[in-house]
Design a binder for this molecule. Structure first.
Ligand code: BYC
Length: 314
């Protein structure tokens, strides 16, 4: 019986039909999606912190408005994604608890500090650029609610990417100090951005099954390669050097070759020992605790309204 259900399920996926919340699905499919979508949601929420750090110091009113809008967008992305995960049977409090106690993973990239204004540009160009590369294929994910959430997320991410690129383009036309700030920032963000795609395919335990289920459409290494190919050309426009002496065009492969990633650094950050892991978790816990009265007030208000409505009906 179970086997039969699994065959029907896989056949649906092979025919590119979407799986919806009330459809039968294997437990492992549900688990994988809860894992990926909740980690993704946490990344959006924690991702607000490094950029939020520069809102008060944005150099012009225009930059400040754009950055505020972007950070608010990330909050919205987190909310769509928590809602998508909830359709799989996990509740929001459980997910928040997993984040706040450090049990849940979120993207390694947000454990690095934002030290200069150029970092806001680099995050847009490289971090959002990597996010788009990874997330556009997720619009075709086999699970309907996740795929639909990703359509809107990707539209907004593409504005974010341009916002960042434009900051860097301006710096690239600026003073000697501005050009140096740009290069120094790209030097720090390049490798962490490359790590966002996850471990190499040989060390990625989830990829094979997620590809079969069409949750993922490309492997981690395939997406990383696309990212390098795009960025190399964009770096020329910005007049910056990517900090990898091994990048060079490979005629045979039709792609850029690139150097070895420092996987020790990656796993160290994933395990909680990156430069800002502790600070990020503390900030999220503080926001959660300080926001308790808002949640309580909203619940009390909703209850009062419901009581009033019930009285009228009676
Ligand atoms: N950081 O088998 P694998 C954004 C974990 S963008 C931390 O390849 P999978 C944003 C992985 O979870 C960033 N952990 O896993 C942008 C797994 O551990 P568990 C978020 C990582 O799932 C701008 C283990 O390593 N994007 O939000 O097949 C502004 C083995 O990996 C990382 C998404 O979440 C990492 N970089 O592939 C604001 C996109 N990489 O769970 C916000 C959706 C891997 O087995 N997610 N790990 O304990 C995905 O596409 C996939 O989950 C991944 C990993 C490609 C990230």
């Amino acid at each position: 019986m179970e086997r039969n259900l699994e065959e029907i399920f896989q056949a649906k996926i092979d025919k590119e039909e979407k799986i919806e919340p009330k459809d039968w699905m294997p437990d492992a499919y549900r688990k994988t999606l809860i894992r990926q979508i909740s980690q993704h949601a946490h990344s959006e929420i924690v991702g607000m912190l490094p950029e939020g750090n520069w809102i008060t110091r944005a150099p012009t009113l225009r930059r400040k408005v754009a950055l505020m809008a972007k950070v608010q967008d990330e909050a919205g992305h987190g909310l769509y994604l928590y809602s998508a995960a909830e359709t799989l049977g996990i509740d929001r409090d459980t997910m928040f608890d997993q984040l706040h106690t450090g049990k849940a993973k979120y993207s390694s990239i947000f454990n690095y500090p934002t030290l200069s204004w150029a970092d806001i540009g680099s995050i847009g160009w490289l971090v959002d650029g990597a996010a788009i590369m990874n997330q556009v294929p997720l619009c075709r994910c086999s699970y309907g609610p996740y795929a639909r959430a990703m359509v809107r997320v990707c539209k907004e991410e593409s504005f974010h990417q341009r916002q960042g690129f434009e900051i860097l383009l301006n710096l690239s036309k600026g003073s000697k100090e501005q050009k140096e700030m740009l290069q120094e920032s790209v030097n720090r963000w390049w490798w962490p951005a490359m790590m966002m795609f996850g471990p190499g395919d040989a060390d990625s335990p989830n990829s094979q099954q997620s590809m079969k289920w069409k949750i993922k459409r490309f492997t981690n290494d395939e997406l990383r390669q696309k990212f390098v190919d795009v960025c190399y050309e964009q770096a020329k426009v910005l007049n910056v050097t990517l900090p990898d002496p091994d990048i060079k065009w490979n005629e045979e492969r039709g792609h850029y070759d690139f150097g070895e990633i420092n996987w020790d650094e990656f796993w160290n950050v994933v395990k909680g020992n990156g430069p800002c892991n502790k600070e990020r978790l503390e900030a999220r816990n503080k926001a959660w605790d300080e926001g308790a009265w808002v949640r309580d007030a909203a619940m009390a208000h909703a209850e009062k309204r419901a009581n009033r409505k019930n009285k009228k009906v009676a």
